[in-house]
Design a protein around this ligand. Structure first.
Ligand SMILES: [Zn+2]
Length: 120
C-alpha cells in the first residue's frame, strides 16, 4: 500500500526503523474528501476509497489527544493515534516550485538499489 500524495515515498511494505508510519483512509465527508484529494496533487483520477495518506502529512495537532497517555505523561504510541475529524494533510506535500529528486525517476531507482545493497 502506498501513500496517495505525489512525491511521497511512504510504502507500507517498507519498514522504517526510525519512525512508525501509519496509513489513513480518506474521509467519508465529501468536502473533506475533496480537500484531501487536492492535497495529493495527483493529475490522475483515483479512487479515494482505496487510497491512503500516510502519517507524514499530519502534525501532532491533527491527532486526537489521548488523555490516558497525557495524564500518565507517557509518549502516545504512534500506531494507535487517530486523526481528528477535521484534520487536513499539511506536511511534506509536493511543491511544484521546489522540484526535488522526486521528479527524477532514475534517481529514485538508484536509491532503492543502494538501500538493498546496504547490509543490515
Ligand atoms: Zn505520504
Amino acid at each position: 500500500m502506498r501513500c496517495a500524495v505525489i512525491g511521497c515515498k511512504s510504502d507500507s511494505r517498507v519498514k522504517c526503523a526510525s519512525e512508525v508510519i501509519k496509513f489513513f483512509r480518506f474521509p467519508k465527508d465529501k468536502t473533506l474528501n475533496k480537500v484531501y484529494k487536492k492535497k495529493c496533487q495527483r493529475s490522475d483520477t483515483f479512487e479515494t476509497k482505496d487510497a491512503r495518506i500516510c502519517s507524514k502529512h499530519f502534525t501532532d495537532e491533527d491527532y486526537v489527544r489521548q488523555m490516558k497517555y497525557e495524564l500518565l505523561q507517557l509518549p502516545c504510541p504512534k500506531n494507535t493515534r487517530k486523526l481528528k475529524a477535521d484534520a487536513v494533510p499539511s506536511l511534506n506535500l509536493f511543491k511544484p516550485s521546489s522540484c526535488l529528486s522526486t521528479c527524477n525517476n532514475s534517481d529514485a531507482r538508484t536509491r532503492r538499489q543502494q538501500k538493498e545493497n546496504t547490509p543490515k
